[in-house]
Design a protein around this ligand. Structure first.
Ligand SMILES: C[S@@+](CC[C@H](N)C(=O)[O-])C[C@H]1O[C@@H](n2cnc3c(N)ncnc32)[C@H](O)[C@@H]1O
Length: 260
């Protein structure tokens, strides 16, 4: 049965994707001219993906998915938002990558919709907070990995909750619901529809993956972010720092696990 909070997010993301697709921050023009949207952490962590099958979870309009495709991976992207998948198809046509696959599905309902097993399952940058249940999330990852397959997640550090919101705590179980939020990309766009976010501490992320039998290869924490949270953040390479340099707390993490 569909998760009703996820369905609310689906509706809100449909509105947001329309704004994001050709927003300058997402660099559509550069991508179509050959630029690769993947950042240093995921590229280093996964290394050579040439000839490997890769499932990209929560892919939005698929720019990162297609970027893995350009590095030689055989790619499939999944997203709950209808508009995301519509735009992903548009982007794959514009990029002339007819072999890339995109599937609309709530991530937590993916098992049974596709049975394919992949060499790599990947997700990044603004994903875990949209998931109500990390045990189911981990089951989906384990189910779709081949033996010896690799899972990589790069995302905002759960510690961020302490400075991003005043209402949630690090160990909060209840989701946060909000409306009329400013879009992170187009700061003039107000997302009128309700969004629902969950807080997942590192222990929950790690333990859910262990509980489905995955072996953790590494967990890294970083003092840099994957986007400019405020306008005064500055960029170094692929990443962003708040004014006055690196903060005293982690902004991102990367976790790599394998299915033995
Ligand atoms: C911040 S974006 C991820 C950005 C992504 N790294 C990219 O390359 O653009 C979050 C995405 O998660 C999707 N999403 C949210 N809840 C989901 C769910 N339950 N199942 C699948 N996708 C979901 C949204 O539709 C949105 O496209």
């Amino acid at each position: 049965m569909a998760n009703l909070d996820h369905e609310k997010n689906r509706a809100a993301w449909n509105d947001m994707v329309e704004i994001h697709y050709d927003h300058p921050d997402y660099k559509l023009k550069e991508f179509l001219n050959g630029w690769n949207s993947l950042k240093e952490i995921e590229r280093t962590a996964l290394g050579d993906v040439n000839g490997k099958s890769l499932l990209h979870l929560m892919c939005q309009f698929g720019m990162d998915t297609l970027s893995w495709g350009r590095l030689g991976a055989d790619v499939t992207g999944v997203d709950i938002s209808d508009k995301s998948i519509e735009y992903a198809h548009k982007l794959k046509q514009a990029a002339d990558m007819p072999d890339a696959d995109f599937i609309r599905s709530d991530l937590l309902e993916l098992n049974g919709k596709i049975d394919t097993k992949f060499d790599i399952v990947f997700q990044s940058h603004g994903t875990l907070c949209w998931l109500a249940d990390l045990n189911k999330w981990a089951e989906v990852i384990a189910y779709h990995l081949k033996p010896d397959g690799t899972f990589l997640v790069v995302d905002g550090h759960p510690y961020n909750v302490l400075w991003e919101t005043e209402t949630m705590t690090y160990l909060d179980k209840k989701p946060e619901r909000y409306k009329n939020e400013r879009d992170y990309c187009d700061r003039d766009f107000i997302i009128e529809k309700e969004l629902v976010e969950w807080q997942h501490p590192l222990s929950e992320i790690i333990n859910s993956l262990i509980s489905v039998g995955l072996t953790i290869e590494f967990l890294h924490e970083y003092d840099k972010g994957f986007y400019a949270v405020e306008e005064d953040w500055y960029q170094v390479g692929d990443y962003w720092y708040p004014p006055n340099g690196a903060p005293r707390y982690p902004l991102m993490f990367a976790l790599k696990a394998v299915k033995k």
